[in-house]
Design a protein around this ligand. Structure first.
Ligand code: ADP
Ligand code: MG
Length: 889
């Protein structure tokens, strides 16, 4: 290929210097992509490709008008691409171009999504060296709001838990993490983020600590008391934000340490099982968040979601939230009023970032102004409603510097026009009275405009003309247009510039002079206003911390009012929280299922002597729902919410762990027995006496006796060693026997009944184990012939007593003994033994029964060698298919 020159050459040389996936380069009024980039963009975004010829070669080219770039950038970034943007600027010798920004998923400012948009860095402590460098360091930044958090994590699992909690869109793995296939694999599986390899130097701990101190101040950083690896992660994030040119470092005003210890541990699996922010199918609708979210603002919604993902352990924090929810749920009128006002609020944290970045326009400043006005209005309602005034709400609205907020609002009120345009370079952004020089320009501008506006009338009067209009367009500038009939009678000083079908256009010396005036004044006004506007925008950017505080206060009120609304509309009650073991829920409901179902409420009673419930009941009776309901109620209580029950007393927990048996998950191709066991192992390692553990059919992913044994041993361990509050749903009736031996284990069952020959699920949870022969009973009800039903009762009896069962009617039509083999979980019949014996005897009957041809034997061997635990379900199916085909042959 020949060396490209000119614009195309410039493009390729800029492209070579960036590590972004794509480059777009400004060429006059367009941003252009060339070569492969053009082809890729056109494929992804349905953009038209043309050919650009340059010195005998031709290159694909695709472009978008300057003003339309944002949506295209967004779309590309959302597809995971990192896009470099090169702007054009004037030089003495013409144009030059330079990459000014690399837009990436984590640094995209132009998001319209209400969700938080975190970028994360993960650093493995061992790469840091030194004594305090155990574990992992994490940093999270949301460039759209200026939020910046750091966290230490003890091990990879904890790191993953936090990563899942923050759900970042882009992750910068540290140098060591990049080679950790295990961690990267899990990260890819659980977090839908772009992995970016940021320069290794940026992760150097010394440099990181320095960058972080520069940004947030030495004292703040020391107070955080986080590990070196965590400062390294924070430093890497800061350097990345700077390097990509997002220009929002100024809006990152505070660094906060996220302490896992203040929060309820919720591992990734639990967050998914409880469908906190999306359902198992991946929909937002139907999640716990979607159900309880009645927030008015996107910042409020973001905060409520954050609360759900990070429930708290501190009684003080929780009781404070409860008190606010309580007050707001009873003061319905005041709540309505507050929510109406919140409906007028914009996203202040996002606006602060836009101001810092320099992309806020005058309308954004109007939004700031209007939102700043919401705070005193909300405060006023709170202060004038006794129930609210006495609640923690008054402290929340007082937390931001209200005087400073009022000052900034007044400045914006004096400065920015009522309804400014979104273009910032053409004037009419600012009010009269804001700046003397501008006032003068505006006055003269308006004078000339007034003269132009009234010109048509004057000409009509003075020269007795009819059908006269004065207007302007790009080619003719200002002109006087006279209807054809009157065009012959125009005065001599009119100079004709154009003839149209029904009219003629003229100009005069005076009009041309005024036109020059107006253009000059427009230019001057646009320039001056832009200058003043930029100053004003910088002033707003400097108040980023204030805007974030006000935004936070409004978001908090919004989230609390949302909890109050949901509580009031659904008859939820305030749970009594304490530090003890007791968990008592009277007439509890599942917060999501109750929305769509005639829900049958149920009690829960757990305490020091009853800390482990074995939940039995037929399939589909409601076991899983019951247990999830308990977990959801505890979780809701620990975000400060009311709960769906008549009354509840809840001992706060330090973690909620759930695991659903692999069989249910296997069906969805999500899990293998191996995963089930490693998650069980994780629970057994990390749960404590203060945790809540929910095990749903654990052990089901393997052969019966294997499963029972694992479930049995896990129960003993949880009961004796871990001592966590546990609910264990199982269809292994054997486990109900544990209640007799282990003091804290109790049986409950979900009742089902038979009336008029039909099974009714009562959905009522009662003490004691379920009826063991329920399945046979259902078979009976379903009309299975009596002899079969009677016989199954017999077999069941024998099985329970682990006695041999006679298999009736073997090949020889004689009764055969079969024993359930504990080792393999399969039936061993004596007739098999006998026929094997017969074949060694060489008897004719034995031959036919025992002879297995080598082909079949090979199939059996292959079958045996398949590892069910590690083979993906789809592959299993195809392997079995293949074995079947071979058998048929
Ligand atoms: P199991 O785990 O015992 O197989 P599930 O918990 O999956 O049963 O519940 C089966 C069905 O019964 C679900 O559709 C669920 O919505 C419904 N259900 C469960 N508990 C209740 C209840 N208390 N009130 C009303 N419907 C319920
Ligand atoms: Mg279930």
């Amino acid at each position: 290929m020949t060396e490209a020159t000119g614009i195309v050459g410039e493009f390729f040389s800029l492209k070579e210097d960036t590590d972004a996936d794509l480059l777009t380069m400004q060429c006059g009024d367009f941003y252009e992509f060339f070569g492969e980039d053009a082809e890729l963009v056109s494929e992804e975004l349905d953009l038209k490709v043309s050919q650009k010829s340059s010195h005998g070669s031709s290159y694909p080219m695709a472009g978008v008008p300057i003003d339309d770039l944002t949506p295209y950038l967004k779309a590309l970034v959302e597809r995971g691409y990192r896009v470099a943007v090169a702007d054009q600027y004037e030089t003495d010798s013409g144009h030059a171009r330079e990459v000014v920004r690399v837009v990436t998923p984590g640094t995209l400012l132009e998001t319209s999504d209400a969700d938080a948009q975190y970028m994360a860095a993960v650093v493995d402590g061992s790469e840091v060296g030194g004594a305090s460098s155990d574990g992992y360091g994490l940093a999270f930044a949301d460039v759209t709001t200026g939020r910046f958090l750091v966290a230490d994590a003890a091990d990879p699992d904890e790191a993953l838990t936090e990563l899942y909690r923050f759900d970042p869109v882009e992750v910068l793995p540290g140098p060591e993490v990049r080679t950790d296939d295990d961690l990267l694999g899990k990260l890819r599986e659980r977090v839908d983020a772009t992995l970016t390899l940021h320069e290794t130097d940026a992760f150097a701990p010394k440099r990181g600590a320095h960058t972080v101190r520069e940004q947030f101040g030495t004292e703040t950083v020391d107070r955080l008391s986080v590990g070196e690896q965590t400062l390294a992660a924070a430093g890497a994030v800061l350097s990345y934000v700077e390097e990509t040119g997002a220009g929002v470092l100024a809006s990152m005003t505070r660094i906060q340490a996220h302490h896992g210890d203040d929060h309820v541990t919720l591992d990734a699996t639990t967050q998914r099982n409880l469908e906190l922010t999306e359902t198992m199918q991946g929909d937002g609708d139907g999640s716990l968040f979607a159900t309880i979210d009645h927030t008015e603002t996107s910042a409020g919604g973001r905060l409520l979601k954050e609360w759900l993902q990070r429930p708290r352990r501190s009684l003080e924090t929780l009781e404070e939230r409860q008190a606010s929810v309580d007050a707001l749920s009873t003061a319905a009128l005041a709540r309505d009023e507050i929510q109406d006002r919140l409906g007028e609020a914009y996203d202040l944290a996002r606006l602060a970032s836009k101001a810092s970045h320099g992309s806020a326009d005058a309308r954004d400043l109007v939004a700031v102004r209007e939102t700043l006005a919401v705070l005193p209005a909300v405060a006023e309602t709170i202060e004038s409603t006794p129930a609210l005034a006495d609640s923690p709400l008054s402290a929340i609205v007082d937390r931001p510097d209200r005087a400073a907020a009022r000052e900034l609002r007044e400045t914006l009120e004096e400065a920015v026009a009522e309804d400014p345009p979104s273009t910032v370079t053409q004037g009419e952004l600012l009010r009269k009275g804001y700046d003397d020089e501008l006032d003068e320009v505006i006055e003269r501008h308006e004078e000339v405009r007034e003269w132009l506006d009234t010109l048509a009338e004057r000409e009509k009067r003075q020269h007795g003309l009819s059908h006269v209009t004065v207007d302007r367009n790009k080619t003719d500038g200002y002109y006087i247009q006279v209807g054809k009939s009157a065009a012959d009678g125009v005065p001599d000083h009119y100079e004709q510039i154009k003839t149209l079908k029904n009219s003629k256009r003229f100009t005069t010396e005076e009009l041309e002079e005024k036109e020059r005036d107006v253009l000059r004044l427009e230019d001057r006004r646009g320039e001056l206003e832009y200058e003043l506007f930029e100053e004003l925008r910088d002033e707003v950017a400097e108040r980023a911390a204030l805007l974030q505080d006000v935004g936070r206060a409004l978001a908090t009120i919004d989230a609390l009012a949302s909890l109050a609304t949901h509580a009031a509309e659904n008859r939820w009650v305030r749970p009594e929280l304490h530090r003890g073991d007791d968990l008592t829920i009277e007439q509890g409901r599942h917060p999501v299922v109750e929305q769509t179902t005639e829900f049958v409420p149920n009690d829960v009673r757990m305490d020091e002597d009853r800390g482990f419930l074995v939940v039995t009941g037929p399939n589909m009776s409601g076991k899983s729902t019951y247990m999830r309901q308990v977990a959801c109620i505890v979780l809701l209580a620990q975000i400060g919410s009311f709960v769906p029950a008549e009354a509840a007393e809840i001992g706060v927990v330090d973690g909620i762990f759930t695991r659903v048996g692999a069989l249910d998950e296997l069906a969805q191709g999500r899990s293998t027995f191996m995963v089930e066991m490693s998650e069980l192992s994780n629970i057994l390692h990390t749960a404590t006496e203060e945790s809540l553990v929910i095990l749903d059919e654990v052990g089901r992913g393997t052969a019966t006796y294997d499963g029972i044994s694992i479930a049995w041993a896990a129960t003993e361990y949880l009961h004796n060693e871990v001592k966590a509050k546990t609910l264990f749903a199982t269809h292994y009736h054997e486990l109900t026997g544990l209640a007799e031996n282990l003091p804290r284990v109790a049986n409950v069952h979900v009742a089902a009944d038979e009336r008029d020959g039909e099974v009714t699920f009562l959905r009522t949870v009662r003490d004691g184990p379920t009826d063991r022969s329920y399945g046979v009973h259902v078979a009976d009800l379903a009309g299975v012939p009596d002899p079969v039903v009677d016989r199954s009762r017999e077999v069941l009896e024998r099985l329970r007593e682990e006695k041999a069962i006679e298999a009736k009617g073997g090949a020889s039509n004689e009764p055969v003994q079969a024993v359930f083999d504990l080792g393999s979980g399969t039936m061993q019949t004596e007739s098999q033994d006998r026929s094997q014996a017969a074949s060694t005897d060489g008897g004719p009957a034995g031959e036919s029964a025992a002879a297995i041809d080598p082909e079949t034997e090979a199939v059996l061997e292959d079958l045996e060698s398949i590892d069910v635990n590690t083979t993906p379900p789809i592959e299993l199916v195809s392997q079995v298919q293949e074995l079947q085909e071979r058998l048929e042959e």
